[in-house]
Design a protein around this ligand. Structure first.
Ligand code: DQA
Length: 144
């Protein structure tokens, strides 16, 4: 089985972007960490885009294939109703979607306190750096 790990805008710069907030490790290191912590037989398909349409199309892919999703919507979190509606398609189809954040948006600027995605996510994990993703992967790959 596969878990999709989708990352939104500016996360391609992870490692050099505001390392005080997001850490100094990049997406390749995140991919390696998640692949190493995935149980046998689980493939981690980690992607990043700055393009809202591409992210939405990846969520359709998850709906059609029934693939669980770990989603860091980055700044889209705070204002993209289009992304929220696509995330709702996933969870309404019975496919789990965990919203994750590296930082704790609630401890930051006021505009980050609102997530338009959270209400349609299966769950939310924030503020734990790469562990936000690792714990989401652990949930999605544990028997329930
Ligand atoms: C983020 C938090 C968002 O507010 C921000 O726009 C990001 C990253 C996080 O992972 O902490 O790009 O989603």
């Amino acid at each position: 089985s596969t878990v999709l790990v989708l990352n939104g805008p500016n996360l391609g710069r992870l490692g050099s972007r505001e390392p005080d907030v997001y850490g100094s490790a990049d997406l390749d290191e995140l991919r390696a960490l998640l692949s190493a912590s995935a149980p046998a037989g689980v493939t981690v398909d980690l992607r990043q885009t700055d393009d809202e349409a591409e992210l939405i199309h990846w969520l359709y892919e998850a709906v059609d294939a029934g693939t669980p999703v770990i989603l860091n919507p980055a700044a889209f979190t705070h204002y993209s109703y289009a992304l929220r509606d696509a995330a709702a398609l996933v969870t309404k189809a019975g496919v789990p979607l965990i919203e994750v954040h590296l930082s704790n948006p609630h401890a930051r600027e006021t505009f980050r306190h609102t997530s338009v995605v959270s209400a349609v996510a299966t769950g939310v994990i924030a503020g734990l750096g790469f562990d936000s993703y690792r714990l989401a992967l652990n949930y999605l790959t544990s028997p329930r």
